[in-house]
Design a protein around this ligand. Structure first.
Ligand code: ADP
Length: 544
């Protein structure tokens, strides 16, 4: 029997119109380093209509791609809301990719217009001659435009173009299955791969993110996405906040501990999201200089595993609740979140659950596939590769075949872990980072966490290095707190409480900083390469 309900599309057009009318009094505030600039959603709605007219005059219709090359700020949000709303496709380019990757993704996505942050005009201008499909560039702020020039490309000032455009736009009704936006993975191996989100998937994801079992967003919230809008859509925070009429606070390029602390004190966000590297820096800053983080009711953290030291430090020293989440560009990205069940009385048990990757959301079906290709039980101990499927999970990559990533209609996440009877996922590693020693597996993530729990360790990454006898052995790359004296033997001793003897690393290297990817994750590929090239000074203890 068919339902009697209307078949009206779920769309970002609707989301944008709702945000800028019904929630017209909400505000977007952009940090400027010293202070901030702010605009109501209603005023932004008019600017979004002007932007849509500018883009239409440039010939953007249907599914043409509009790239952005921006920090998180008001203008980026205008493109986020306006481009999909007019039926075109938004492509936020990761400004931290290597230049050849930026050229690759812009050409691959065939971006025709790019909105460029004035502060990035110079680096963007250097690449522009290689961007084959770009016809128009809109530069925000009052940057010098001389640096942005190429044959066949018209360069405009964003503000001037908006001022000259009509403040109303005939918003279309788009098909909910149409592309709304695209993001590329950060390409830790090979070229970045494109994921194309639909209006429906983005709308559902925004609603899911806002729900009580995730962030419980409301018009009373002030949401601070520190996670860049070019990294998996800032985890959906801009769309989630716009949908419910929460204020958005944009950190622009001020992403270090000190300016983030200043922004939090001045603007009093209630919700914020970023990868552990950012929060670690804020924690360090807060410890050294003090910080008032009391406005934050929840901080969402993911992208890589949240170390216990980070979660405990925020809670005990600043009263901030860090909520661990897991996801991928391919999953929009939010797929799981760690909120303990209501009846866990024991503090240690609560902490264990909060440090897991949490429960998968109802929209994300899951299963673990064992070594033999069969589904393993969700018993909290059986290890397998996580596979997921659902309405906001990608079914393929944009114009690229990668059959190894898909399996009978499921996405292979490349993450290995366990799931317990209550559905809590614990990721022990990325499959390519697992250390295989003597036929057994050592979790690099667990060992990193244990190392980072040491008060004199700032950060630590563990990678497998080839070993004749054991196939692979762990190498711990450790950053020691300035002024502290800590040697390899002490570190191994500290680990011995938590790890079996055969798991303990014999090799240690002391480095100034763990290399990071363009989205702030530990770049183990670089560590492995530096080791292979003999570029790391390794101390090897006798095997016990
Ligand atoms: P990239 O794949 O380019 O690094 P993504 O942000 O899409 O960019 O990365 C997704 C991957 O990040 C996941 O497959 C997983 O390995 C890792 N990840 C994300 N969140 C977590 C988390 N909470 N704990 C551990 N790993 C995580």
């Amino acid at each position: 029997m068919q339902s009697t309900m209307m078949d009206v599309p779920l769309s970002l057009t609707r989301l944008m119109l709702h945000a800028t009318t019904t929630h017209g009094d909400a505000r977007v505030t952009t940090w400027t380093g010293e202070g901030s600039r702010s605009e109501t959603y209603a005023a932004m709605g008019e600017r979004i209509a002007r932007l849509a007219n500018v883009l239409r005059d440039f010939g953007i219709t249907g599914d043409n791609r509009v790239g952005t090359f921006c920090w998180n700020d008001q203008e980026h949000l205008e493109a986020y809301l306006g481009v999909p709303a007019m039926g075109a496709v938004l492509h936020p380019v990761n400004i931290r990719l290597f230049p050849e990757q930026i050229v690759y993704v812009t050409n691959h996505a065939e971006d025709e217009v790019v909105v460029v942050d004035g502060s990035l005009a110079v680096p963007f201008g250097k690449l522009l001659p290689q961007l084959k499909t770009v016809r128009h560039v809109l530069v925000t702020g009052d940057a010098d435009l001389a640096a942005v020039a190429a044959d066949g490309v018209e360069v405009h000032r964003y503000e001037e173009a908006l001022a000259a455009a009509e403040p109303a736009f005939p918003w279309p009704e788009v098909d909910e299955r149409q592309a709304a936006g695209m993001c590329y993975t950060s390409g830790t191996t090979g070229n970045p791969k494109g994921v194309v989100y639909s209006h429906r998937s983005s709308y559902l994801h925004a609603s899911g993110l806002s729900r009580g079992d995730v962030l419980a967003l409301s018009p009373l919230d002030r949401v601070l996405p520190v996670v860049p809008m070019f990294h998996a859509n800032a985890w959906g925070l801009p769309y989630g906040a716009a949908l419910v009429g929460a204020d958005l606070l944009m950190p622009e390029r001020f992403l270090q501990g000190a300016p983030i602390a200043a922004m939090i004190e001045a603007e009093r966000p209630t919700v914020a999201g970023a990868v552990p590297t950012i929060w670690n820096d804020l924690l360090r800053h807060g410890r050294e200089h003090g910080a008032d983080l009391s406005s934050l009711r929840v901080v969402i953290c993911g992208g890589s595993a949240v170390p216990r030291s980070l979660m405990a430090g925020f809670e005990q020293e600043f009263g901030v609740n860090v909520r661990h989440a897991w996801g991928m560009t391919e999953t929009s990205p939010l797929a799981s979140i760690a909120i303990p069940p209501r009846d866990v009385a024991d503090d240690e048990e609560r902490m264990r659950i909060r440090l897991s990757q949490g429960r998968l959301l109802p929209e994300v079906e899951y299963r673990l596939i064992g070594d033999d290709g069969g589904v393993v039980p969700n018993d909290g101990t059986s290890l397998g590769e996580l596979e997921v499927r659902g309405p906001w999970v990608t079914a393929r990559y944009y114009q690229e075949d990668d059959p190894a990533k898909f399996h009978d209609g499921w996405l292979r996440t490349g993450d290995v872990g366990t799931i317990d009877e209550l559905g809590y996922l614990a990721i022990t590693d990325r499959s390519k980072d697992v250390i295989k020693s003597g036929g057994e597996w050592i979790s690099s993530v667990e060992m990193e966490n244990a190392l980072m729990a040491h008060p004199d360790v700032v950060e630590a990454a563990v990678v497998g290095i080839p070993d004749e006898k054991w196939q692979e052995r762990p190498l711990a790359a450790v950053v020691v707190r300035e002024g502290a004296a800590l040697d390899a033997a002490q570190l191994r001793e500290a680990l011995s409480a938590q790890f079996a003897k055969w798991q303990l690393p014999d090799s240690f290297t002391f480095i100034d900083a763990v290399p990071k990817t363009s989205v702030g994750k530990f770049d183990k590929k670089v560590l492995r390469r530096r080791f292979a090239e003999g570029d790391l000074e390794v101390r090897t203890l006798p095997h016990e």
